[in-house]
Ligand binder design. Structure first.
Ligand SMILES: Cc1c2[nH]c(c1CCC(=O)O)Cc1[nH]c(c(CCC(=O)O)c1C)Cc1[nH]c(c(CCC(=O)O)c1C)Cc1[nH]c(c(C)c1CCC(=O)O)C2
Length: 344
């Protein structure tokens, strides 16, 4: 279908656009009262994710309310371990928990490489969202990077250090590779399914990239992201690896169009290290706790540093739940006005 607003897709391909496009990680979430109302109706997070009509509703909300240039399908990266056979619970305040985490090679018997049909509720939500968006903006599909998914499957819950997962890399590298390979194949099946269902572009979230050493990152994460990128060629790809400042040189030769930056990564330095890539990011989400004037200044400073091409505006990580929606809107509007004033 013809897109009325194709700024994101054009910018992702490195084309010149009339202004810099903007979307935000975690834009469909708890910052919007309209989201919380739907979330209450669904009662719990997983029901929301698994009910395509409700997932569609919260996916479209930020497009209507915040005016972002793309929608991102409402789901979670942890649907992959679940499809592979490892159930998770989303506990209020605590976050995700896997009651039967993977402890040893024996536990591989409990799981399998999942196919796209096992995540048909996400694919249905994508089809429904595409219909609902009716070409207004592109739809972003996503998955976690194999290393980040591995971390949750081994650790069994969120963690600051993920030391159980890292212990596995040091003590059982062959087993680690076996599990990472299973996750990679499941993720490829899933992303191909999302694209067939209508996703216009995809993002891979490597949220726990920053806890590995550069060598480990190459061996246990980048290798598998690279495998995924090499077989997905239907749509543009964004790779966001939080904390992986040390991997920017190798990212420059990854088979993807866009690399996401967190706020620790200097913009000019990142341009030098990744001349082949479109860059996405990278305002510190905490900057949105500032005054309206501060937000405008921070946004303009960021836009000045990136320049007017090969940039997709975003945060350096997801929105926090207690950020005010009006402050978020101020950031989005500043990005939009900045581009329009430059090219008038
Ligand atoms: C690590 C990770 C997860 N999930 C995700 C990541 C990668 C991005 C990142 O690094 O933050 C990805 C994700 N999770 C969610 C989306 C939706 C799309 C979007 O708006 O970006 C996306 C892209 C919804 C969600 N996923 C979750 C919520 C909050 C659940 C609720 O409404 O109670 C939402 C809106 C729950 C979740 N899901 C996860 C955690 C740790 C938690 C609990 C803590 C938290 O809320 O941040 C795992």
């Amino acid at each position: 279908m013809h897109l009325q607003n194709d700024l994101l897709l054009k910018a992702a391909k490195g084309e010149i656009t009339k202004r810099t496009p903007i979307w935000l990680m975690r834009q469909a979430g708890r910052i919007l009262p309209e989201y919380r109302a739907v979330r209450e109706k669904a009662r719990d997070f997983k029901t929301l994710v698994k009910t395509p009509e409700l997932a569609t509703e919260v996916t479209v909300q930020p497009v209507d309310i915040l005016g972002v240039d793309a929608a991102i399908i409402f789901s979670d990266i942890l649907v992959i371990p679940e499809a592979m056979g490892l159930n998770y619970e989303m506990e209020e305040k605590r976050g995700p928990v896997f009651p039967d985490r993977i402890k040893s090679i024996d536990d591989l018997k409990k799981i399998h490489v999942s196919n796209a049909d096992e995540l048909s509720y996400v694919l249905d939500a994508i089809r429904l969202t595409k219909r609902e968006l009716n070409g207004r903006v592109p739809l972003i599909g996503f998955a976690g990077a194999p290393w980040t998914i591995f971390s949750y499957m081994i650790e069994g819950k969120g963690s600051k250090t993920f030391s159980e997962a890292k212990k596995m890399l040091y003590t059982q590298p062959a087993f680690s590779h076996q599990l990472l390979e299973m996750i990679t194949q499941s993720t490829i099946n899933y992303l191909k399914g999302q694209i067939s269902a209508g996703a216009d572009i995809i993002q891979i979230f490597d949220s726990w990239a920053g806890i590995l050493s550069p060598d480990q990152y190459q061996e246990f994460s980048l290798k598998y992201i690279s495998k995924i990128c090499d077989v997905i060629n239907e749509v543009p790809k964004i790779v966001f690896a939080k904390g992986a400042f040390f991997a920017r040189e190798p990212f420059n030769s990854l088979n993807c169009e866009v690399i996401g930056l967190d706020w620790n990564m200097d913009i000019k330095e990142s341009r030098k290290l990744m001349p082949n890539k479109v860059l996405q990011g990278n305002l510190d989400p905490c900057a949105l706790y500032g005054s309206y004037d501060d937000i405008k200044n921070e946004a303009r400073k960021m836009l000045d540093a990136f320049g007017s091409t090969k940039h997709i505006a975003n945060l350096g990580h997801g929105l926090y739940p207690d950020i005010e929606a009006d402050k978020v809107k101020c950031f989005i509007d500043t990005v939009k006005e900045y581009g329009e004033s430059l090219r008038r």
